[in-house]
Every structure is written in structure tokens, then in C-alpha cells.
Design a protein around this ligand. Structure first.
Ligand code: FNR
Length: 342
């Protein structure tokens, strides 16, 4: 099957399988603050990923591109929304457009619509330095995301089977490109050991892409006959992953993602250690099922709710929210204890 058709199937199956909210947010509770000493008017949602300044901690994570008119329209609408609300936005993997120039339009549209916003290019860890540079130039990207998706590839019938050399290819890209590099998972979470290796080679940020939201093992299993069911529950939950990565890295930013649907999920990601929070499947579903206006209303509500939550906690900035006290119970607590994190 060609790459473009696969992109359309990913969208279709992501929507039909949906998100099961197994990400561990229910294990995380804020400690209520009866004296927050703040007004909503003072809340500031600006944040940073490395040196990149963002107006909002919420961004639209990598989804699509390639696949013709349908994905071009989706990216055009997402870029419109990103522009309206000052959200950063990532495109889906650009490899399809590096292999076939006719597929570029579905990516370049986002820069046409959102001329001055923050956009992230996206490639897999098989990419070469030259491909990374071309992907960045294609959309005048402010940063490059490199996705790690080993389990997805293994379940994908036509996927990669050789994962040698990924870290050293990423290291070469980091030193050769002139934008920050973000390395992301796609819904299987990231361990502290992986994050440490990535910090050591100079990436700017890691996006944990935790388990519990969009499930690419299930999506790819739907595309094959002999199912690799054992991968359907494989991965580190979003909460456990952010907490364990936060316990390990010192110099790089953490991005929380994987099943984020509400402002309270966003706030919990940040309080666990994230500087920004990516949302993919949830935004795609809203856009496709309810349209652009509904997506815009929802993003407005997300910002309002986050402001209200930060007021209740007495945290004026995202940096303050990162230090808000919380209690971790249940599976997430158990996981962190087993992993030696208190
Ligand atoms: C994705 N995701 C993704 N990630 C990536 O780095 N490159 C890509 O091309 C894609 N493609 C893609 C297509 C579709 C339809 C979806 C829903 C998602 C993964 C995405 O960025 C994110 O890491 C996961 O979806 C987990 O986040 P959510 O969906 O649970 O918020």
C-alpha cells in the first residue's frame, strides 16, 4: 500500500478506535489551595520549549499530510485554528513529500495559512541530515520533530524491521540543522533512559507521547490479518512517562502528550514537569466530526479552563504550575516506586 493511502487509513482508524483514557491522569490529584492570592486576570499562559517562545502551552501535535485533497484540507483547517489562537502546530511525517513532490502541497499549505506562527516539521528516525534539512525548508519550520515509533512499525505490515543507528542519525541531524530538534514518541511513552540518551546528544526537548490516548498498535492491527494483539496494551502511560522523564533530565524541555482531552489533563501534565502539551487525536476528531468552529470554541474553552485551574492553584505562570503540589496514587504511584522515583 502506498504511503498516501496509509495516511488516510490512519485517520479513519484513529477516529473509529478513539481514545480510551488509560493515560493515568486519574492517579494525579492537585493539592487544593484555599489561599491562592491571585486573580484570573493575572494568569499568563506563555511558555517555552527550549528557547522557542509559545503563546499557549497547548499545541496541535503531528498528524497528517500526504494523501491528497483530504489531508490538505485537514492541515489547512488545523493551521487556520493554530493561527487564530497562537498555537504551535506540527505536521505529520513529511517523508511522503520528500519522496514525491506532488505531496508537498498538503504540508506547505500550513505555512501559507499560518505565515508567522510556530510550526514543527516532522520525520521518522530513519531520516538523513539532507532529508531533515529539506523537511525544515519545505515549511520554514521553527523546529523539527523526529518521531520514534518502533512498535507501530513492527505492527505495520509494511513497516520497518531494522532500528539500528537511530540515535546516531538523530545526533547528526541535531548538529547539522539550525532549528531545535524535538524527539517524540507516538503513544507508547518514553522511558527516562531514552530521555537521558536524547539529552546527552543535544536534543532540545522530548515529547513523551504516552500510552493511553491514540493507540497505534490497535490502528495498525486493524490493517493486518494476523494481529499482534500483545502490543495493544504496550507502553508507558502519559503520567508515568512525564514523571519519570522529569526525574531524569535537567537541560531539556519535556512535552506531555498522549490522550490529553481537557484543561485539567493539560494542567496535570505541566505539574508533572511538562512545559508544553500536545494534542492530536482529540483535535482531529473534533475537527472532522464537528467542524472548525467547534474546534475553535473548544480551544477557547481549554484556555479559559486552564486559566481558572491555575487561579485555583495560585499559580500565575506555567513555570509556577510546574511546581504545584500534587499527590500521585494508584498504578502511576506503583510504577514510579518500582522505577525508583519518589
Ligand atoms: C499521528 N501521530 C503522528 N506522529 C508523528 O510524529 N508523525 C506522524 O506522521 C503522525 N501521524 C499521525 C496520524 C494520526 C491520524 C494521528 C491521530 C496521530 C501521533 C501523534 O502525534 C501523537 O503522538 C499520538 O497520536 C498520541 O497523542 P494523542 O492522539 O493521544 O493526543
Amino acid at each position: 500500500m502506498d504511503r498516501a493511502k496509509r495516511k488516510l487509513q490512519h485517520i479513519e482508524y484513529a477516529l473509529t478506535i478513539g481514545q480510551h483514557r488509560l493515560h493515568g491522569f486519574e492517579d494525579v490529584t492537585f493539592v487544593h489551595n484555599s489561599l491562592p492570592n491571585i486573580s484570573t486576570a493575572r494568569i499568563d499562559l506563555q511558555t517555552k520549549i527550549g528557547e522557542l517562545s509559545l503563546r499557549s502551552p497547548i499545541f496541535i501535535n503531528a498528524m497528517t499530510g500526504g494523501g491528497g485533497a483530504e489531508t490538505t484540507k485537514i492541515n489547512e483547517q488545523l493551521a487556520y485554528v493554530a493561527n487564530e489562537y497562537g498555537l504551535a502546530m506540527a505536521v505529520g511525517s513529511q517523508m511522503v513529500a520528500l519522496k514525491d513532490e506532488r505531496e508537498q502541497q498538503s504540508f506547505t499549505i500550513i505555512r501559507q495559512v499560518n505565515k508567522h506562527g510556530i510550526v514543527f516539521a516532522n520525520l521518522g528516525s530513519e531520516a538523513t541530515v539532507d532529508e531533515a534539512k529539506r523537511a525544515i525548508d519545505m515549511i520554514e519550520a521553527n523546529a523539527l520533530q523526529i518521531h520514534l515509533n518502533v512498535v507501530q512499525e513492527l505492527v505495520m505490515p509494511e513497516g520497518d524491521r531494522n532500528f539500528c543507528g537511530a540515535l546516531s542519525r538523530i545526533e547528526q541531524i541535531v548538529s547539522a540543522v539550525d532549528v531545535p530538534v524535538i524527539v517524540k514518541e507516538v503513544g507508547f511513552g518514553m522511558s527516562k533512559e531514552t530521555a537521558r540518551k536524547l539529552e546527552d546528544i543535544g536534543v532540545c526537548a522530548v515529547d513523551v507521547g504516552g500510552f493511553g490516548g491514540t493507540n497505534f498498535a490497535q490502528i495498525e492491527n486493524k490493517r493486518r490479518e494476523n494481529q499482534l494483539d500483545y502490543f495493544n496494551e504496550w507502553g508507558i502511560t502519559t503520567t508515568a512517562s512525564i514523571a519519570e522523564v522529569a526525574s531524569e533530565v535537567q537541560r531539556i524541555s519535556i512535552i506531555g502528550s498522549g490522550g490529553v482531552q481537557h484543561a485539567l489533563d493539560v494542567a496535570k501534565c505541566i505539574a508533572l514537569g511538562a512545559s508544553a502539551v500536545g494534542m492530536a487525536g482529540y483535535m482531529l476528531r473534533l475537527l472532522i466530526e464537528k467542524g472548525v468552529d467547534a474546534l475553535m470554541a473548544d480551544i477557547n474553552q481549554l484556555h479559559e479552563d486552564l486559566t481558572v485551574i491555575m487561579t485555583a492553584l495560585g499559580t500565575r505562570t506555567i513555570f509556577d504550575l510546574q511546581k504545584a503540589p500534587l499527590v500521585i496514587t494508584g498504578k502511576t504511584h506503583h510504577w514510579l516506586r518500582e522505577r525508583g522515583i519518589e
